[in-house]
Design a protein. Structure first.
Length: 504
C-alpha cells in the first residue's frame, strides 16, 4: 500500500484513478461529492502528528480502493470521521449521500465510540474489568460485522492508516493501540481471509509492542533474506526452464514470511534454519489443472518432503484459502517451499472477503440493490452466524465473552470427517466438540469416537488434520455432565447444557 506523505498527496484524481482501475462505471459523482464534503468538514482540524485531518479519511479511502470496494464504501470511508469530529448529523449524511452510505458511516462511528480508548494496555486476560469491557465491545463489533461486512472493512482501513501514523502518539498509547490491533483487528482480517492485510497489521503492531524483539528479528533475517534471495533467483530461473513450453505461462515470484510470524515461530523453536517457508517461491498459473501439472513437474525434478505436501485446493482452509504447498529438496539439496495457485486463488488469498465482495457485487448488481445490506459470501461468514446464533442462547455477557475468547482467539485446527468434510475447531478440541460441530443430533447421540481409525476416549485432544469418526447410537442416553469438562467450544458446551437442563 502506498503511503500518503504530505498535503499535496491529497488528490481526488488519484483516488478516482485507483477506483477506475477496477470499476470504470463506479459512481464517481458520489465519490467526488463525499471527498469535497469531508474535506470541507475537517477544514482546520489537525491530527496529532500535525497533519491536516482530512489526510486520514482520504488515506482510508485509498486503502478501500486497493481492496476494490464499491463507490458507497469509498464514500463512507471518506466520511467515516465526520459524525464524530464535525458538526454533522446522520440525517444530513442520509439526505446528501443516501441511506446506505449513512448506515455505513454510522456503523463505523458506533464502532469508534467503543474503540477501547480509555482502556489501558494489559497483558492480564482474566478478571480485569477493563479488559472485559474491551472484549465486550468486540461483541458489538461482530454483530455489526454480520450486519454489513463493509463496516468492518472500513474500520480495518481506518486502523491500518492509524497504525501507519502511530509515531506521533505517546508510547503507552502506541502500545495500547498496537495491542488492540494484534488481538482484535489482525485476527478479524485473518478470519475474513485477508492474508496480506493481516500480515501488514501484525508487523505494524509488532514494532510497537516488542520494539527490541522487532529489531532483533529485522537484523537476524536481513542476512538470511539476502542469501536466500540469491538462491531463490537461481531456483526461479531453473523452474522457468522446467516449465517452459508447457503452455502454463507461470508467474514465479519470491515471497518472504512476515516478521511477526517469524517471531512467533522462533518463540517455539529458536532455530531459524527450521523455518522452511521463511522465503518461499510462489507460482501462479491460469487454471486449476495447471496447478497440479506444475506440481507434477516440480516433484519429478525435485524430491518432496512427503509430509509437507498440502492440497488446499481440494480441501480449502475454512477462511477460503486455496493453494498447493510443497517443500522440496531444491538446488544443492536446499529445502525450499513452493506454493502453486491460480490468479483467482492468489487474489482471494491476499484480499479475502474484499476480493469476493467485488466479484459478487458485479455479478448480482440487481440482487444487491434489492437487499441493501450486504453479506459476505456464505462460507466465509458461517462462523459469524454461528457466533450470533450462540449469542442468542448465551445467558450472560460473561458467558458470551468466554465463548468469544476460546472460539476466535485460540489457534485453530482442521479436523476431517471420514468423508473428507473439514471442520475448523479451536486448539484443544475433543471429539465432543467435533461431534457438535457436525450436528447437534450427532453430539447428543454420541457414544464413542475413532481418530485416524483408532478408538479414543472422550477427553482425547484432537490434532490438526485428524480424521474423526463419531460413533452414535439412536437410543444413547445423551451427553453426560462430565462432557462439560472436555468440551471447549461454546457450541458444544451450549448444546450439552441445553440437553442437561432438559433432562436433569
Ligand atoms: Mn478514523
Amino acid at each position: 500500500m502506498q503511503k500518503i506523505l504530505s498535503l499535496k498527496d491529497i488528490d481526488l484524481k488519484e483516488l478516482e484513478r485507483r477506483v477506475a482501475a477496477y470499476d470504470k462505471k463506479a459512481d464517481f459523482d458520489l465519490i467526488k461529492k463525499s471527498f469535497e464534503f469531508a474535506q470541507d468538514c475537517h477544514k482546520g482540524q489537525k491530527r496529532k502528528n500535525g497533519d491536516c485531518y482530512f489526510m486520514h479519511p482520504f488515506a482510508a479511502s485509498l486503502i478501500l480502493a486497493d481492496m476494490e470496494m464499491d463507490a458507497k464504501t469509498i464514500s463512507a470511508g471518506l466520511l467515516h470521521d465526520v459524525l464524530e469530529n464535525c458538526d454533522v448529523t446522520e440525517k444530513q449524511i442520509e439526505q446528501l449521500f443516501g441511506s446506505e452510505v449513512a448506515m455505513l458511516v454510522s456503523g463505523v462511528t458506533k464502532l469508534g465510540e467503543i474503540d477501547f480508548d480509555k482502556i489501558e494496555a494489559s497483558d492480564e486476560l482474566k478478571d480485569d474489568p477493563k479488559r472485559l469491557k474491551k472484549i465486550e465491545s468486540l461483541r458489538k463489533l461482530f454483530l455489526a460485522m454480520a450486519k454489513d461486512v463493509r463496516v468492518v472493512l472500513i474500520k480495518l482501513a481506518d486502523r491500518h492508516h492509524n497504525m501507519e501514523t502511530l509515531d506521533a502518539l505517546k508510547v503507552e498509547d502506541q502500545k495500547r493501540i498496537s495491542n488492540e490491533t494484534l488481538e482484535i483487528y489482525a485476527p478479524l482480517a485473518d478470519r475474513l481471509g485477508m492474508g496480506r492485510f493481516k500480515a501488514d497489521l501484525e508487523d505494524l503492531a509488532f514494532k510497537y509492542i516488542y520494539p527490541k524483539e522487532y529489531l532483533k528479528i529485522v537484523q537476524r533475517t536481513k542476512k538470511i533474506f539476502h542469501a536466500k534471495e540469491k538462491y531463490l533467483n537461481e531456483m526461479r530461473n531453473l523452474l522457468n526452464l522446467l516449465l517452459e513450453g508447457e503452455d502454463l505461462n507461470p508467474v514465479i515470484e519470491g515471497r518472504a514470511k512476515h516478521l511477526y510470524s517469524i517471531y512467533k515461530k522462533l518463540k517455539k523453536d529458536n532455530d531459524i534454519e527450521k523455518i522452511y517457508d521463511l522465503m518461499a517461491i510462489r507460482i501462479i498459473v491460469p487454471e486449476k489443472s495447471d496447478c497440479y501439472k506444475t506440481l507434477g513437474i516440480i516433484h519429478s525434478n525435485f524430491k518432496p518432503l512427503i509430509y509437507r505436501i498440502k492440497d488446499y485446493i481440494a480441501v480449502p482452509k475454512p477462511n477460503g484459502y486455496q493453494s498447493l504447498h510443497t517443500t522440496v529438496f531444491g538446488l544443492e539439496g536446499k529445502i525450499t517451499e513452493i506454493q502453486i495457485r491460480t490468479e483467482k486463488m492468489h487474489e482471494e488469498a491476499e484480499k479475502g472477503v474484499s476480493a469476493h465482495w467485488h466479484y459478487d457485487e458485479s455479478k448480482t448488481q440487481k440482487g444487491y440493490a434489492e437487499h441493501k445490506a450486504s453479506f459476505a459470501p456464505k462460507a466465509k461468514t458461517r462462523w459469524i452466524n454461528e457466533l450470533m446464533d450462540w449469542n442468542k442462547a448465551a445467558h450472560s455477557t460473561e458467558e458470551f465473552i468466554e465463548g468469544l475468547k476460546i472460539d476466535i482467539f485460540k489457534d485453530r485446527i482442521f479436523a476431517f470427517s471420514p468423508k473428507g468434510d473439514v471442520f475448523d475447531l479451536p486448539d484443544g478440541s475433543t471429539p465432543i466438540d467435533f461431534a457438535y460441530a457436525v450436528h447437534t443430533f450427532i453430539g447428543d447421540h454420541m457414544v464413542g469416537a475413532r481418530v485416524n481409525s483408532k478408538m479414543i476416549s472422550m477427553d482425547h485432544v484432537l490434532a490438526d488434520r485428524d480424521i474423526v469418526e463419531i460413533i452414535i447410537k439412536k437410543n444413547s442416553p445423551g451427553p453426560k455432565r462430565d462432557w462439560l469438562k472436555y468440551a471447549v467450544t461454546s457450541r458444544a458446551r451450549g448444546r450439552i447444557r441445553a440437553h442437561l437442563n432438559k433432562t436433569e
